[in-house]
Design a protein around this ligand. Sequence first.
Ligand code: BG6
Length: 487
Amino acid sequence: MKRSPVSKLLLFGATGDLAQRMLLPSLYGLHADGLLPADLAIFGSARADHDDAHFRTFVGKALDEFLAADRKDKAQIASFLERLYFQPADLSDPASFKPLADKVGDISGGLAIYLSTAPSLFESAVEGLRSVELTGETVRIALEKPLGYDLASSREINDTVARAFPEERTFRIDHYLGKETVQNILALRFGNSFFEPVWNAQGIDNIQITVAETVGLEDRAGYYDGAGALRDMVANHILQLVALIAMEPPARYDMTDVRDEKAKVFRSLRLIAPECATRDTVIGQYNGGAVKGEIVKGYDEELGRDSNTETFVAVKAHVDNWRWQGVPFYLRTGKRMAVRRSEIAIQFKPVPHSMFSGRGGILQPNTLVIRLQPEEYIQMLVMAKEPGLDREGVRLREVPLNLSMDAEFAGTRRRIAYERLLLDLIEGDQTLFVRRDEVEAQWTWIDAIRAGWAANDMKPKHYASGTWGPAASIALTERDGVTWQDD
Ligand code: BG6
């Protein structure tokens, strides 16, 4: 598809939480930096009975609440609000679409549609858009997660969307791909020569990926209780991280080559057989406890009823290909954990022989830590000799070689992940969006895990809020002689 910026953006779900917290502040951020096409008009739509003026006031308030103080510029906010229009629509009502199309008007300059709504509305939305010809050549569509809850439902969604939008005009969002540090994995791996020769089963012992959150349900009971941690975080964000770590070097940094390589990784994930589910996966649910010094309720209490939904999951995964044979990928994510932290820890193999052992020196294998958030840094843990005369043996200590992205790029503003994705959508670059075959391979792997849980009638083990999850998750790695990189 020819890449060209669109002149109109239509945002469904424009009064929702994601729009207020992320999408509108991101669009404002791009506007304030002069990155949006000068003529870009933004149409909000939702069931709310706003008109343009109401919507502008509503967005003004959202920006006031969610923009960082140093980003608030009265004149810029005023000129941003002038780009905004609103048309109420009930996506389940076919009669909503004609007024919508009238409001949007001429789309020959290109239209990007962003569906930030429940997937149950995708079908009627796509049908409605088609009925009023808002699906033609000049129109591209972005889809927010969840894109289904298993392979079958995700295929249904994809089929529905594909009836009106070919793959090259469909932009599936995984906001982790918009994060600067996530993209930096590619720079680290493929912009430097010294990692790649050891980036394989010969050089690496194991890989750990942790996405720990301190938040709980956050008013999302309706969605979250039907999803759980595996579908909410592993099926998309964590698997994307696995792909970026495990993929072969793409020939070009473009939407075909990068996504081809990621898709190969997803297809190489070893399906976890039902008889391995209790050994290779752990599920948990938080009880009450204290997070960052604050007393918090347990999941069931927050929800108001008993539930078997997992708020924590740990999985021992394998990528069955030549490069990664025998290297476990330990993945875990949870809500109400001890700290908020997303991190990838790559543990290299120990040296083949230690010349220090006769002199009392103890070596640790090297670890590369990629901290994605809240801080952004890359740290290589290397062995060094402690200063001294070594009369009582050689003392060796693990010390960090630090690259702080925060400090190194201190003058550069860290953008919201959605700024990048919205700009790419507006300009038509799909590299950081998820292709259909990726999504379907991800679900194939996830469905096998869930089938294993069902076959074994696995229920989440409880863990206290403010901890690192159920004790069984420690056993998952310790059994292999590996310890989670917790601090
Ligand atoms: C979303 C999940 O996709 O990602 C949420 O639905 C989760 O449950 C969020 O809290 C985490 O995103 P981030 O950017 O805060 O790590």
